[in-house]
Design a binder for this molecule. Sequence first.
Ligand code: MN
Length: 209
Amino acid sequence: MEKLPELKYSYDSLEPYIDEKTMILHHTKHHKGYVDKYNNAIKETEYENKNVIEVIKNLESIEESKRTTIKNNGGGHINHSIFWKLLNKNGKKQPEGKLLEDIKNVFGSFEKFLEEFKKTALNHFGSGWAWLVYKDGSLKIYSTLNQDNPFMKNEIPILGLDVWEHAYYLKYQNRRNEYIESFFEILDWSVVEENYEYALKGEEEKIVY
Ligand code: MN
């Protein structure tokens, strides 16, 4: 069984970049809904005592009648758990160390990384997520549909941006580009650096929990 994680900050502390009302709805209604529906689906099954990452990585082994519910809601729970931890108005504004070096090696520069990530998030059609992912010793950027995530293809997310309209519509309406810019104002790069270390060590559960 999974729990809705508590946030380490108050709902109004990301203002004006993400407004209090959006945070309350997003955490207590959307994320809680994913947790409740996921728990309901795994109740009294062999998945009840496994952590959600293990379950989501083995979707093909789940009986067909429950697979979509577990995928969507387990994915939603993982994705939002990662997302909340990345946010902090007083966080670190730029990566350093190995993460910065590897970003430069893969994308050319930090600025080029930002450009590609923002473009991916902006151009994603419909609901989904934009990710920075660790896979086989390298980094890549891509987006996924709905509540899908990199774990579902055995890759490790170290940075994720929710581009569902529920994440920004109250404040930004159709202006997803402004929401994306705001995200980078409150993204704490020290958490992305930590996530990268966990990914390199194979401690992926620490990225989620
Ligand atoms: Mn969301």
